[in-house]
Design a protein around this ligand. Sequence first.
Ligand code: 5RP
Length: 226
Amino acid sequence: MSTLSQDELKTLVGQAALKYVVPGEIVGVGTGSTVNKFIDALASIKDQIKGAVSSSVASTERLQALGIAVFDSNDIAELSVYIDGADEIDHQGYMIKGGGAALTREKIVAAQSRQFVCIADETKLVQCLGTFALPVEVIPMAAQRVKRQFEAMGGQVVLRLKNAVPLVTDNGQHILDVTGLKIADPLAFESLVNQWPGVVTVGVFAHQKAHICLLGSSSGVKTLSF
Ligand code: 5RP
């Protein structure tokens, strides 16, 4: 196969994820440019599913524009599958997510799903999490304190901006992006940071890790199982 662009790889894995969608059911849908490809592919089988639970306003708008019903997560006890992208994924299925600022809702929908299928291009596969700046959603009044806690661990922290002002998430909160950390024990790291007052969600997905990763490469879609 000739070399494919990153965009083409995203299309490839977005389409490959369709086989994990259970006919007649509601599917959990993540957020991001790779998921957008999945949503576009999902439109082709929209008559075979009941609809979706979405992890962001952006995905909800895209789903609805394509005629896919979006359900409130509170009305659905359990989903069979959640499809989402990642900023980094390691060989255990642990991930960094939140590049699109949707990490909190993504973790909620992942937690209510029996299976997490991650769709990503091969540049996202890493040995150890931490090269991609770790997103952390925080309550604004805690931002400086949380920043100091990461700095004490050796991290460098920036408040994410949009149009030169702090980005506001779908939940009305802010995002800190943390670099300089090597996350050797994702489960312990996630548990630790989640306990800090003012942290809404840390972008390490270890307790809600991927079960399957569909990894786009120039030789096709590789399926990793964890
Ligand atoms: C959004 C996310 C995305 O899944 C992650 O940023 C990957 O996005 P993309 O598919 O655009 O590379 O966590 O909050």
